[in-house]
Structures are given as structure tokens and as C-alpha cells.
Design a protein around this ligand. Structure first.
Ligand code: PAF
Length: 291
């Protein structure tokens, strides 16, 4: 696997691939890779001839009291894992390569509305940072397709909208969430949890499934399901931020004629970590008895 740190070298190498007719797939990451990330590489491999991953812990998507300085950085281990999992090129830029004017003076991308609710409301500026860095990475890599994990559901929608509105000719592919055996969605931040907390965090997926079951049963209103879910999370020892049922297109509250399909999203704090997870719900998949 090639490792490239500078824009010029990246452009030259990928230009050669493009001219020889290869389709370029891209998986942007912040490193500290796990099975969830490797599943994104495998997805990119399915549809592309040459797979590029980036590792860049993006300063602009962290709030001032968040974990930017202690975010786990394991580039050597990640490079080995990427090589073993079918990645062709690792782009490993420093801050100057991505933000030549420094990130405080950087031109930034804001995705209105979609970027301002839920995670955007709890973490102001977070999605400006995500949209900005993904736009910058797209400009450098110029991929044909880019793969993102569905765990960060709102991020995926923000990136889709940014890609469409700025006219990037990039196909955005959503890959399924990879979970631990107790349902906990894989995330680099799970390593901040001790063994007992990892067990406790299984309550998030359990609650998502419970909420989907309630939607199948169609007895309680969405607002009642959301309120009961908050209580279930609190009873399991988590500190819930939200447990909501929203439209899959724009995260608005589902309108009466959109109720056949929704996404259920949860964010909850557990010890030092804020965990997020989601489940798409489709009425046609519910069995007649609602189970
Ligand atoms: O999901 C992530 O790891 C990051 O938000 C991303 C998309 C790589 C942008 O920094």
C-alpha cells in the first residue's frame, strides 16, 4: 500500500490512475481504525478499481471542550490494517496540507438546517467542520465514489447535501453499521469505555429496537415513544441527550403521510463518552402482529 502525505504527490499518483480508466473509491477517516472502518474499505473495493483511505484528525469538527487533543492516534497500526484489508493508498496529510491558511482562517462550508439540528444543536459548528474537511478531501482525492458509515446518520445526510449542492461528481455510498455482540455500534470512542460500560452501552441498541417495535405496534404516539425511550435509557444508567423519530430525508419530524418510513436516532452520554446510534424503520417490514 502506498502512503502519501502531500497534495502534489497525491494528485500525480491519482491522475495516472484516472487516465488509465480506473474508478477511484475513497474512505475518509480520522484513524484509530476498527472492523467498522475496514467494512467501508471492503464496500469501496466492490465498486472501485483503486481504493484510497485518508486519516486526518480534523481540528475544525471538534468543539473547544471536546477530545481533539486526546483523540486516539494510531497511524502505524492503522496503516498495517489498511494494507491487510485491501486499501491501495493511504493519504496521511498534516494540518497545513488540508488547511494551508491555518484552520482559524479557513474558508468553511455550512449546511443550513440539516447541520443545525440534533448533533448540530448539541455540538455547534461540528458539521461545518465535517462538511469543510470532506469538501477539501474531495478536492484533493477527486474520487468517483466515497463510502461513509451509517452510524453517523446525520453526517451522511449532511455530506450528501453538501456534495449535491456544491456539485461534486462523487457517488456517496452508505455502508451498514457494524456492531459488537451486544449491539453496541463500533466507534473509535468506545475505547474510552471500560468493560462494564461497554455492556451497559448495549441499552442504546436495545432501546432503538424497542422504539421500532412500538412503531410497528402503532399504539403509542411518536412523542410518547420518544419520552418512554428517554426513561429507558436513564433507567439503564445512561444520560440521554435525545431519542427521536425523524424523516429519513431531512431529519424533520415525520409528517403524517411519511410515517411508513423513519429513522430513529439516539444520543446518550455514558461516563466520558457521548454515544450515537440509529435504526431505520420501515412499516412494510413490520410483521402483521407488530413483532
Ligand atoms: O466520520 C469521520 O470519521 C469524520 O467525521 C470524517 C468524515 C472522516 C471527517 O473528518
Amino acid at each position: 500500500m502506498l502512503i502519501v502525505r502531500k497534495n502534489d504527490e497525491l494528485r500525480a499518483l491519482l491522475g495516472d490512475r484516472r487516465r488509465s480508466g480506473q474508478r477511484i473509491g475513497f474512505v475518509p477517516t480520522m484513524g484509530n481504525l476498527h472492523a467498522g472502518h475496514y467494512s467501508l474499505i471492503a464496500r469501496a473495493r466492490q465498486c472501485c478499481d483503486f481504493v484510497v483511505a485518508s486519516i486526518f484528525v480534523n481540528p475544525t469538527q471538534f468543539g473547544i471542550n471536546e477530545d481533539f487533543s486526546r483523540y486516539p492516534r494510531t497511524p502505524e497500526q492503522d496503516a498495517l490494517g489498511l494494507g491487510e484489508n485491501g486499501c491501495d493508498l493511504l493519504f496521511l496529510p498534516d494540518v497545513e496540507t488540508i488547511y494551508p491558511l491555518g484552520h482559524a482562517r479557513a474558508v468553511s462550508v455550512h449546511v443550513p438546517e440539516l447541520g443545525d439540528v440534533l448533533e448540530g444543536a448539541s455540538r455547534p459548528g461540528h458539521f461545518d467542520g465535517v462538511a469543510t474537511v470532506v469538501a477539501r478531501l474531495f478536492n484533493r482525492v477527486q474520487p468517483d465514489a466515497a463510502v461513509f458509515g451509517s452510524k453517523d446518520y446525520q453526517q451522511l445526510l449532511v455530506i450528501r447535501r453538501m456534495t449535491f449542492d456544491l456539485g461534486f461528481p462523487v457517488e456517496i455510498i452508505a455502508a451498514p453499521i457494524i456492531r459488537e455482540s451486544n449491539g453496541l455500534a463500533m466507534s473509535s470512542r468506545n475505547q474510552y469505555l471500560d468493560a462494564a460500560q461497554r455492556g451497559q452501552a448495549g441499552a442504546i441498541h436495545e432501546t432503538l429496537r424497542w422504539m421500532a417495535g412500538q412503531l410497528d405496534d402503532a399504539v403509542q404516539s411518536a412523542a410518547d415513544i420518544e419520552a418512554a425511550a428517554i426513561q429507558r435509557l436513564a433507567d439503564a444508567g445512561l444520560d440521554p441527550d435525545y431519542a427521536v423519530i425523524r424523516s429519513i430525508a431531512d431529519l424533520a419530524r415525520p409528517l403524517p403521510d411519511d410515517v411508513g418510513q423513519a429513522v430513529i436516532l439516539i444520543a446518550a452520554r455514558l461516563g466520558p463518552v457521548r454515544l450515537i446510534d440509529n435504526l431505520e424503520w420501515n412499516a412494510s417490514k413490520a410483521l402483521p402482529n407488530g413483532k
